[in-house]
Design a protein around this ligand. Structure first.
Ligand code: SF4
Length: 384
């Protein structure tokens, strides 16, 4: 398939793996400790496991799975707020599919729907606006979730609602931004990262410039990466080349999609409709300053948090849940006490097991068998 097969070519993958190994030989740190590279985006975590890339890389490269999956970092209290909104009489609560099964303290959205709440899955905020047009007697709330990748579509929808004078539409805004998040990771004493694979989708909107501080202030290389196997391998090779040459720059491996300046129209709509919140709570990471956005005062009538009364409580994760440590890269998903036992994709305890981009879901789906299959079984499989 055009634009896909050329990014999955085995001969080119072998060449890039050779290049990765050549770079490793040039890096003195690798003699002392593993190199820790963080893939910020859940899409990369998914690609690493789906294509078995982690097992192809030299052992001295340790991939740390970052918090770039917006569903995974949704705190339990916000899920409870969604449920409370959905259960209000007269409300049609609209959401993307992924958050439906994220556990709240009482129930998930899927459970609330099963109990009768009018919750509908949509593919875009415009679908929610269409419902508002069709049901003027109801209040339609859209669950705005995601990084800069999805914020512009919410912003354009609010602008469209204003243009049409639609007043029974609002957004429960849980949108978050990537730069303060990366800064919080870099300032965390727990982290000892050597470089970053930058998020491809977010960068399509914000461009490459906002990452400059990582190279300038923290002296870490960043390579914005695509999501096909060759994209990821090439990005790893580029990060290693920088480390080997003691460079720290922002490079763009995903140039076919990510423009240096980002998407002007999307950025304009984003800043027209949204402003930064001082604090926003993340699951397992606590509050990260300036990491969330809310609707500006001018669009207050489209803000579900201003229109409805919400519990707005801070709820601690279940004791057994170690999502926070996994999100910070301190634990691998497999090291969580309940991974694959009390917490599975069918019975998730934490959001990282729910979203297809969650690190725990990726390990469970693509990595678990490989790690747990005893050697004798593998031999049998090889002979088969
Ligand atoms: S296995 Fe479940 S509880 Fe443990 S970190 Fe992953 S999602 Fe959280």
């Amino acid at each position: 398939m055009k634009y896909v097969d050329e990014f999955r070519d085995p001969a080119k993958a072998r060449y890039l793996l050779g290049e990765i190994n050549r770079q490793i030989e040039q890096i003195a740190t690798c003699q002392v400790r593993p190199l820790q590279l963080m893939e910020v985006c859940g899409g990369h975590t998914h690609a690493l496991f789906k294509y078995g890339i982690e097992t192809l890389l030299p052992e001295v490269i340790e991939l740390v799975h970052g918090p770039g999956c917006p569903v995974c970092v949704l705190p339990m209290g916000r899920v409870d707020d969604c449920v409370a909104l959905a259960e209000q009489g007269g409300v049609i609560f609209t959401t993307f599919g992924d958050p439906m099964r994220v556990p709240g303290s009482r129930k998930s959205l899927a459970q609330a729907k099963a109990e009768g709440a009018d919750i509908r899955m949509v593919y875009s905020p415009l679908d929610a606006l269409k419902l508002a047009r069709q049901h003027p007697e109801r209040e339609v709330v859209f669950f705005g979730l995601g990084f800069e990748t999805t914020i512009p579509s919410t912003a354009f929808t609010v602008l469209q609602a204003e243009r049409e004078g639609i007043n029974n539409f609002s957004v429960f805004c849980n949108h978050i931004t990537i730069i303060p998040t990366i800064k919080a990771i870099l300032d965390s004493p727990d982290m000892q990262l050597d470089g970053f694979l930058g998020p491809g989708h977010v960068s399509m909107v914000i461009g490459t410039r906002p990452y400059g501080f990582i190279a300038e202030r923290y002296h870490k290389p960043v390579v914005i990466a695509g999501f096909e196997p060759l994209d990821v391998l090439q990005a790893v090779a580029m990060v290693l080349r920088q480390i080997a040459k003691r460079r720290a720059e922002v490079e763009n491996q995903y140039g076919r999609v990510v423009p240096q300046e980002g998407n002007r129209a999307a950025l304009t709509a984003l800043s027209q409709v949204f402003e930064v919140r001082e604090y926003f709570e993340w699951r397992g990471l606590g509050s990260i300053d300036y990491s969330g956005v809310r609707l500006r005062q001018r669009y207050a009538r489209y803000d579900a948090e201003r229109r409805f009364s919400l519990p707005n409580l801070k709820i601690a994760d279940p004791k057994a849940c170690q999502c926070g440590e996994v999100l910070k890269g301190i634990l691998k998903p497999r090291e969580c006490k309940v991974f694959g036992t009390a917490c599975t994709p069918e019975t998730p305890l934490g959001a990282l097991m729910v979203s297809s981009e969650g690190a725990c879901a990726a390990y469970y789906r693509f990595g678990r068998l490989q790690q747990q299959t005893p050697a004798h079984s593998r031999e049998t499989m090889d002979q088969a």
